[in-house]
Design a protein around this ligand. Structure first.
Ligand SMILES: [Zn+2]
Length: 79
């Protein structure tokens, strides 16, 4: 994951807040774990890439960095 750039936040997205740094906010059945760009805390565990778009943002419970998952070109491939 990486930090959010100013102005790129979609209006229909939301930011999840990780309340416990030791527990991922999301847990799925996919191949990838997503960690905080700043401190490496696991924010989302076993996620599929299809679920991790710019609309999914997580504020790290340890360092308060807001992370966004971006797969380059994903928006272009979608649909
Ligand atoms: Zn962090």
């Amino acid at each position: 994951m990486r930090a959010v750039r100013e102005g790129e936040v979609p209006p229909d997205g939301g930011t999840a807040v990780q309340e416990d740094p030791d527990r991922p906010v999301f847990r799925g059945n996919g191949p990838d774990d997503y960690v905080c760009v700043q401190c490496g805390t696991v924010l989302a565990e076993s996620m599929a890439a299809v679920h991790m778009t710019k609309k999914v943002r997580v504020r790290c419970g340890r360092c308060s960095t807001v992370n966004v998952s971006v797969i380059d070109g994903w928006e272009l491939r979608k649909g």
